[in-house]
Design a protein around this ligand. Structure first.
Ligand code: HEC
Ligand code: HEC
Length: 197
């Protein structure tokens, strides 16, 4: 299938039109990127608070998330139509591209007092796996520092609702944190991540 990408689309439709749904036709990687950019920003720094920034994501975590979206490890009505037809080659080219972009911590509002409480909770329950509060570059578990707060809030809810696949130890820690500090405690942690600009 890989070589089809370089063929003219209209020829492809003629050849495959009767047997292949349109969305399954391999697309030029630049046009795929442009679609991703509509939501995630052209360089992967998202302008929208419910959509994560992905600039500078490690290739490993990128490939891991694509696998989750393609294989029912992570539900997302918004992402699914754009990723379900990507080939392994597409994914590795996209991973390469986003890994080279520079993550820009989001300028967003936060409450300094809550951020301070959140820092202590993060160090107690999360830092072990999310080193340096999930600062960019080497981390393979997603961005926390500087990521959009509304997106992170939604992600955490998805984990608690068991909609998103993850190391069970993380769920345990989220639950323990909630037992100690309530729902507000979880949000304090998000204020801490937002404060790391
Ligand atoms: C219509 C908007 C939209 C488009 C187009 C889109 N995405 Fe997304 N993307 C989202 C949303 C919303 C999420 C968060 C979904 C969730 O909670 O799992 C997301 C999540 C992601 C994540 C996971 C980020 C993380 O921190 O875990 C990656 C990686 C990603 N998208 C890459 C892509 C790529 C590559 C494309 C193009 C092939 C693309 N997206 C197209 C909206 C979009
Ligand atoms: C045992 C290790 C571990 C611990 C402890 C842990 N996490 Fe995670 N976390 C992970 C892994 C692994 C992922 C990536 C999972 C995936 O693929 O969705 C992750 C992903 C996340 C994400 C999604 C990031 C993104 O953009 O996709 C958030 C938010 C998060 N963790 C918050 C927390 C918080 C808050 C705590 C502390 C209460 C915590 N984690 C403790 C292992 C851990």
């Amino acid at each position: 299938m890989e070589n089809f990408k370089w063929l003219n689309t209209s020829i492809l439709i003629t050849v495959l039109g009767t047997i292949t749904p349109l969305s399954a036709i391999a697309e030029d990687i630049e046009s795929v990127k442009a679609k991703c950019g509509m939501c995630h920003g052209p360089d992967g720094n998202s302008p929208n608070s419910s959509i994560p920034s992905i600039a500078g994501m490690t290739k490993e975590f990128f490939a891991h998330t694509m696998d989750a979206y393609q294989n029912n490890g992570r539900p997302s009505d918004l992402m699914k139509p754009y990723v379900h037809y990507l080939s392994q080659e597409d994914i590795s080219q996209l991973a390469e591209f986003y890994a080279k972009q520079t993550f820009k911590p989001v300028k967003q509002e936060y409450d300094p007092a809550r951020a301070k409480k959140g820092e202590a909770l993060h160090n107690k329950y999360c830092e072990k796996c999310h080193e340096n509060a999930g600062k960019i570059t080497e981390n393979n578990f997603g961005f926390l520092a500087g990521q959009w707060m509304p997106y992170l809030r939604q992600s955490i809810q998805d984990y608690l609702d068991k909609k998103r696949r993850v190391n069970p130890m993380m769920i345990t820690k989220l639950e323990k944190l909630q037992q100690e500090a309530g729902k507000d405690g979880l949000d304090d942690v998000l204020h801490y991540y937002a404060s790391l600009q």
